[in-house]
Every structure is written in structure tokens, then in C-alpha cells.
Design a protein around this ligand. Structure first.
Ligand SMILES: *Cc1c(COP(=O)(O)O)cnc(C)c1O
Length: 409
């Protein structure tokens, strides 16, 4: 059987087209959709071919812990959309962050990280790395003076998240990358909130970009996955030996779902951003809402930086109701359409109370430093009609104490 295999130069294609066609390797059967290779191992034509494969003189799949054709398609597509030389995927976003850090670091090294990190990333930096004699230090990501002080001494790795979870704080990637490189550190950006479509950290000096593919890349709440993007040299020399021998491999089935997720990513992100912006404006106008955070809204404290780094505000809106935990719980329990969850980046709208869930373990003092009060709700805007979401928010907020009434108390 022969296949009509046309080769298009992907650099000539626009992002939406790359997300549909990038990385496709058709089998001899000429299938339309990406083939799903659910196989753990591979066979060789001969003992000689097996020997040559292990010697590295012939390219052949060996074992799905190392590589798998469906996973290769996903990795090539992700690299194309990020504009990175190479990509490796992992079973979860946390496996991607963990493998990135442990493959690069050794005892005696120093890590500087922004304080506003996803909870498990915070745990790796604050608790896990010091167990292995790796020194870690947190700074307020928005404060360049703190970065300057922390990076006036040698360091090996900088980890940051922008916009951050859940307060949507920005880090000036270009300025931090300059400081980090001068200190001898690579810059790792957790780009989950922005997605590869709204922000490309490598353009601002990042060396490594990590994703939880569980979020917008799947985008439909089905599977876990992670990705690491970087130079071919760093991936091959540093990350690949670690992944190959420690085994955080992605399932080919999950890779296949993520490939299909990438095809619709621009449509979903576009719709999600439009709804999220409209909902941020809607919430800001409500008397029961004390404050709204959304990256591209004029009242965001770092709106200029957000505009310089991001082409869209993302799908997460954070807001605060006066009246603390009781008021926040009342609002969340009244939602009819919006679900209470700790996840985000789903086609279904999800609301989280960070202080009692995702950010419970970091403690009250660290929460106060991050501005996560008991009245803060994080809303991940899904693909429902924005008018239905506004209606749900309005009925949940109705009758709650207004900001003016609270101030008069
Ligand atoms: C979800 C998330 C992670 C972890 O990803 P998993 O796929 O859940 O392991 C890391 N960073 C950020 C910003 C996230 O939102």
C-alpha cells in the first residue's frame, strides 16, 4: 500500500494550520487522523538491526518509555507551535516540572523562584530540592529589585509562572532572563495560564517552557499530560537521559487525545478569552464584588507588562467578594451552572476557593504575601455561552453584602 505523502514546510504555515497538520507522520495505510500506536515495544527486522539501533547508528523505536510514534507526533506539533527546537512530553504537568528541575540540578546548586507558583511546584522548590542539598529562594515575582538581589549571586535555575495562579500576577520575563543569565541560571517558565497561543516565553529569553497539557491543551477535562520545550541540545543531553531512565512517560492514548486537543486549541482559546474578558467586565461592575483581576483589563496593576507579553488575557478571572470565606462559599454553593472544582482550563466553567483548597497547604502567612484572601474566588471560564455564565454569577451574587455596605459597617 502506498501513501500520498505531501511534505509541506511547516515554517510557512500559520499557527492554526500547524496545530492541525504539524508533526503528522502517516503510516502506510494513509489514515486521515493521527494513528494511535498503543504499543509498549517494537520489533526489529533482524538481530543486526537491533544491535545497530542500540549502537545509535540506525533510528528505530525501541521501547515506549523512550519514545513512541504517537507521542513523537505530539512532541513535534508542540515544538512547532512554541517555536522551540525540541519537546519531550510526560505523564503529567508535575512530571514535566520535576524532570526539568532534577535533570538540570545537583547538590550545592541554587534555585530562585517566584513565590506565586502552582502548589506542587512550590512544594518541589521549598521542600523537595533542599532534601538533596539544593538551595532554594523565593522572591515576589513582580518586584524586580528582589530578583536583582537574589540573582546577584550565582544560581543554576530560575522558575517562574506568569500570569500566576490564582492572582494573575505578571513577571517581567525579559528583565528576569537577563539577570538570570548573568547569574549563570537557565530560565524555566511555567506557561500554563497563558497557553502557547497567548504568550511565547522564549521570545522574552526563557530557556525552557513547561506545560501541564491537562489544562487548555486537552481542554476538555479528560486526561493528564505534561510537556517540556527547549533547545535540542538541552533536551537531548540533559532531559532525555533523565526521562528515559526514570520513566515519567506519557501514555500514547493520552498523547493521541492531546493531539486532537491541539487541533481545536485556537478556537477554544479565542472563545474562552472573549468570554473571560466580558465576565471580568461584568463582575467589576457588580456592587457585591470588591475587586477583579484579569490580565488585559485596564485596572490590572501590571497591565502594560501584560500587554507587552500576552496577546490575550487568558481564560481565568479572579475576583474577591467582601465578607471573606462565608461570602465566597455562599456564592460558590449558589452556582447552578458553574461547578466547584480545583481544576482549570476545561470546556466547563469551574470555580475554586484557593484559600481552602489549592493554596491551603502553603499557610495563612504565605497566602497573605500572595494576596490570596478568604474572599478570593478563581473562575476558569469554559465554553458555555457567556450570557448564561453572567446569569449564573448574577443570581449567585444577588443579595450578598455590597462593598459600600461592608465599608459602612
Ligand atoms: C495544573 C498545573 C500544573 C500541574 O500539572 P498536572 O498536569 O496537574 O500535573 C503545574 N503548573 C500549573 C500552573 C498548573 O496549572
Amino acid at each position: 500500500m502506498t501513501t500520498t505523502h505531501k511534505t509541506i514546510d511547516p515554517s510557512k504555515l500559520r499557527p492554526a494550520t500547524r496545530l492541525v497538520h504539524g508533526g503528522v507522520h502517516r503510516s502506510a495505510h494513509g489514515e486521515t487522523a493521527e494513528a494511535l500506536y498503543l504499543t509498549s515495544g517494537y520489533v526489529y527486522d533482524s538481530a543486526e538491526q537491533a544491535e545497530a539501533t542500540f549502537a545509535g547508528t540506525v533510528e528505530h523505536y525501541q521501547y515506549s518509555r523512550f519514545a513512541n510514534p504517537t507521542i513523537t507526533m505530539l512532541e513535534e506539533r508542540l515544538a512547532l507551535i512554541e517555536g522551540a527546537e525540541a519537546c519531550r512530553t510526560t505523564a503529567t504537568g508535575m512530571a514535566a516540572v520535576h524532570a526539568t528541575m532534577l535533570s538540570h540540578l545537583k547538590t550545592g546548586d541554587r534555585v530562585v523562584a517566584s513565590r506565586a507558583l502552582f502548589g506542587s511546584c512550590h512544594w518541589i522548590v521549598s521542600t523537595l530540592l533542599p532534601r538533596y542539598g539544593i538551595i532554594s529562594e523565593f522572591v515576589d515575582g513582580g518586584d524586580l529589585d528582589q530578583w536583582r538581589r537574589a540573582l546577584s549571586r550565582p544560581a543554576q535555575l530560575v522558575l517562574l509562572e506568569t500570569p500566576s495562579n490564582p492572582m494573575l500576577e505578571m513577571v517581567d520575563m525579559k528583565a528576569v532572563a537577563e539577570l538570570a543569565h548573568a547569574a549563570g541560571a537557565i530560565v524555566v517558565v511555567d506557561n500554563v495560564f497563558a497557553t502557547p497561543l497567548l504568550q511565547q516565553p522564549m521570545k522574552f529569553g526563557a530557556d525552557v517552557v513547561v506545560y501541564s497539557c491537562t489544562k487548555h491543551i486537552d481542554g476538555q477535562g479528560r486526561v493528564l499530560g505534561g510537556a517540556v520545550l527547549a533547545s535540542r541540545k538541552w533536551i537531548n543531553d540533559t532531559l532525555q537521559p533523565f526521562i528515559r531512565n526514570t520513566g515519567p512517560a506519557l501514555s500514547p492514548f493520552n498523547a493521541w487525545l492531546l493531539l486532537k486537543g491541539l487541533e481545536t486549541l485556537p478556537l477554544r482559546i479565542d472563545a474562552g478569552c472573549r468570554s473571560a474578558f466580558a465576565i471580568a467586565d461584568f463582575l467589576a461592575a457588580r456592587p457585591e464584588v470588591a475587586r477583579v483581576w484579569y490580565p488585559l483589563r485596564a485596572d490590572h496593576p501590571q497591565v502594560e507588562l501584560a500587554r507587552a507579553q500576552m496577546s490575550g488575557g487568558g481564560t481565568v478571572v479572579t475576583f474577591e467578594v467582601p465578607g471573606g470565606k462565608n461570602a465566597a462559599f455562599t456564592v460558590m454553593n449558589r452556582f447552578q451552572l458553574i461547578a466547584v472544582s480545583n481544576n482549570l482550563g476545561d470546556s466547563k466553567s469551574l470555580a475554586t476557593h484557593p484559600a481552602t483548597t489549592t493554596h491551603m497547604r502553603i499557610g495563612a502567612e504565605e497566602r497573605a504575601k500572595l494576596g490570596i484572601t478568604d474572599g478570593v474566588i478563581r473562575l476558569s471560564v469554559g465554553l458555555e455561552d457567556a450570557e448564561d455564565l453572567k446569569h449564573d454569577l448574577a443570581q449567585a451574587l444577588k443579595g450578598l453584602g455590597t462593598v459600600a455596605a461592608r465599608a459602612a459597617e
